[in-house]
Design a protein around this ligand. Sequence first.
Ligand SMILES: [Zn+2]
Length: 374
Amino acid sequence: MKKMAGKISFLTALFVMLFSSLSFAATVPGGPSTEGKTNINSMLSYAEVVKILKNIEKISKGKVEVFTLDRFGKSEQGRSIYVAKVGTGEKKIWIQAQIHGNEKLVTEAALQLLKTYASNQSKNVQTVLEESTLYFIPMYNPDGAEMNTRGTMIMETGQSLDLNRDWAENSFKAKESTVVYSYWTELKPDFAIDLHHQGLKQVYGTNEATSFSLGISLAPDGPTLPNETDYNDVTKQMMAYVYDEMKRYGYTHIDRYQIVDSENQIGYDIDIKGGVVSAMMMGLNYNGLNPDNHSHPAVFFETKGNSSDGSLGQKSNGYLTKQNYLALKSLVYGYVTDEVEEVDPDHWNDIPAYPLAGYWTDYDGIVHVRASGF
Ligand SMILES: [Zn+2]
């Protein structure tokens, strides 16, 4: 990042990645427009998601319970946020999708998995349902989903807001955030998976486009992950486990989630404190709702493409959804059976990644590897 030209391409690369912010995007010339080629009509609308949820509840014969979080409030535009609960086991698993409204296929993957748990009689599924209770939030951001925008809109000010920056001590500007956070503090899950889409990038050292990235929003061995917890190792084990499982299924082009400076062939791990799953790992106590600082490990998946920049081709949707579905299903199984604990945490380093130049943060800009002392 010595030259301005490098900086601009770097910023553009940042923009298309998950953790860029809307206000930031506005400063980037030539960013993706909403005139993309993707036909969002073929993606699930809010009404369709509600309908599918109710249908799954019905076919599940009592196994799945669908409810809203209305007792905590609704979205900025007055939509209910839905949860589907399945399983009878002790371990509570939180799966959330579409916190970014223009990241659509992840909702479909989450619903497919819910449907599997509702109707499939296989041994693996039964094990999962006996050992855990799963809580799906398939459409965290219904307003953004309907507007096909990344963020939501704060009705009082007309300002757009990235919901994945809003779980911070001095934030909680959107109603969605207080609704979901309130529920999270009441439920106290043991583990969370957050589903996203990302822009185009290439697997390091290849000419192949990444189809799936495995991410931890507080960088392992980075500046933030609390030392007193073992989340540093556990999250690495989880991602390495998924990586192996996906290879077993024949999926390639999977890498570690990074913000990539493609010109210089280097990458930045993210270390974002305001992200929802980061706040979960840090045990954020907002408004006195989490006085014991309950926390748990959390990871995220990134599937290629989103529905507002045209990078999501209709042709590949089935493949991408299935990949996401299998990764989710594998990780849940590995978690409930403790298979993930058998993985060597250092195996995380075998997941393809660009040479680490530093950490991309939401509190101190870019923290370089050397300067950070990590
Ligand atoms: Zn996202």
